[in-house]
Design a protein around this ligand. Structure first.
Ligand code: GRE
Ligand code: ZN
Length: 327
C-alpha cells in the first residue's frame, strides 16, 4: 500500500542518543545509532521502499522526561525541537513533527507546546511517560492537578498528545527483580504506559476536557485488551468500592478520546481486536523505527487480513484527517 502515514518514528539528538543504547547489543548499536541520528537519505529511502509517504518524527526515550532539573529539561527539549523543525523544513511533504516537552515544569511545557505548534507547525507532542522532577526517584504523572492548565492548552490548540513508553523507576521495579528481560518493550513499557493512560482517564481529565486527544502506541499498551474488565470495575457505576474521580465509564472515554497505533505490535489478531474495541476510525498505522524495521511493519500491515476499507483508514485516511496532512 502506497502513501501510508506513520506516527511513532523516532530520531535522536547527540544530547539524547545515549538513552537508547541499553536496548541494543554492541554489534547492533552502531547501526541503530546511525538510524536515530539520520533524518535524510536512509530514512527517506526506507520510507519509499515501504510505501510510507509521510512520517511524524519524535525524539527517542526517555530523553527529556528523565532530566530531573526542570531548566535543563526545558533547554534540551527546545534544542531538540528546533533541530527537528529545521530537518522537517527540508522535506515538508515527507516529514512532520511531534514536540518533546519538559513536563517537569508545567508552564514551560505549555509554552513549548504553544511555540512548537504555532510557530514551528508541529502536529502535537510525544511525551515519554512520567517526568522525574528534582530528584531522580520523583516520578510525576500527568493526571495530577498541576497539569490541568497544560491539558487545557493542548485541548485549545487542538493537537494530540502521544503518550509514549518509558521504563518504571528502580523503586517501581519490585516485580521485575531478577527478570530484566521483562523490562522495556517485552512488558514493562506497556504496563507502565497503560497504567498512566488509565490514571488520566480515572482522574476525570477527559470530563473536564472532552475534546482532548491522547494517542497510545503498540495497539493500546494492554489497555485495549483489558478495557471491558477495567471499565467493569473502575467506572463510576462499576463494582469498585473505592470510587473514582471520573463521571464517565472508562470504556466510553477510551473510545472517545483515544487513538491507538500499530507501532511495534505487528499482530493481526491484536489489530482486529483494537478495531472491534475502539473502531477502525481510531486505529493508525505506525512502525516504531528504528527500534523496529519499517520493512516488517509495512509488509505485515499491507497483507494483514482486514477489510480494504479499514486498511485505507488505518494506513492513511484517519491520520490525514487527524493531522490535516494533504493526501
Ligand atoms: C521506543 O519505542 O522508544 C523503544 C525503545 C527501546 C526499545 C524498543 C522501543 O526506546 O520500541
Ligand atoms: Zn517508540
Amino acid at each position: 500500500m502506497e502513501g501510508k502515514i506513520a506516527l511513532e518514528e523516532h530520531f535522536a539528538t547527540t544530547e539524547t542518543i545515549g538513552d537508547s543504547q541499553e536496548y541494543f547489543s554492541a554489534d547492533i548499536w552502531p547501526e541503530r545509532r546511525r538510524q536515530l541520528l539520520d533524518l535524510n537519505s536512509e530514512r527517506l529511502d526506507r520510507m519509499d521502499a515501504c510505501g510510507i509517504g509521510y512520517s511524524i518524527l519524535s525524539l527517542n526515550a526517555p530523553a527529556v522526561q528523565a532530566i530531573p532539573d526542570p531548566a535543563q529539561a526545558t533547554a534540551v527539549a527546545r534544542r531538540a525541537n528546533d533541530e527537528l523543525a529545521e530537518q522537517v523544513s527540508a522535506h515538508p511533504a515527507r516529514f512532520g513533527a511531534f514536540a518533546a516537552l519538559p513536563l517537569q515544569d508545567p508552564d514551560a511545557a505549555t509554552d513549548e507546546l504553544r511555540r512548537t505548534v504555532n510557530e514551528l507547525g508541529f502536529k502535537g507532542a510525544l511525551v515519554n511517560g512520567f517526568s522525574q522532577i528534582g530528584r531522580p526517584e520523583n516520578a510525576t504523572y500527568y493526571d495530577l492537578p498541576q497539569y490541568r492548565d497544560f491539558w487545557a492548552e493542548a485541548e485549545r490548540l487542538g493537537v494530540p498528545f502521544y503518550l509514549h513508553p518509558r521504563n518504571p523507576l528502580d523503586s517501581q521495579k519490585l516485580g521485575y527483580r531478577g527478570h530484566p528481560w521483562l523490562l522495556g518493550p517485552a512488558w514493562a513499557f506497556s504496563q507502565e504506559t497503560g497504567l498512566h493512560a488509565l490514571r488520566l482517564i480515572g482522574s476525570g481529565l477527559f470530563d473536564a476536557h472532552p475534546n482532548l486527544t491522547v494517542i497510545l502506541g503498540h495497539l493500546g499498551e494492554l489497555v485495549t485488551n483489558n478495557i471491558w474488565r477495567t471499565s467493569h470495575w473502575a467506572s463510576p457505576d462499576g463494582k469498585n468500592p473505592m470510587g473514582v474521580a471520573t463521571t464517565t465509564p472508562f470504556i466510553d472515554t477510551f473510545r472517545r478520546n483515544f487513538y491507538v497505533t500499530t507501532s511495534g505490535n505487528f499482530r493481526t489478531i491484536a489489530m482486529r481486536n483494537a478495531i472491534e474495541e475502539i473502531g477502525a476510525d481510531r486505529v493508525l498505522f505506525s512502525t516504531d523505527y528504528p527500534f523496529e524495521t519499517m520493512e516488517e511493519a509495512a509488509t505485515w500491515f499491507d497483507q494483514a487480513e482486514i477489510g480494504e476499507n479499514d486498511r485505507e483508514r488505518i494506513g492513511h485516511r484517519n491520520a490525514a484527517k487527524l493531522f490535516s496532512i494533504p493526501e
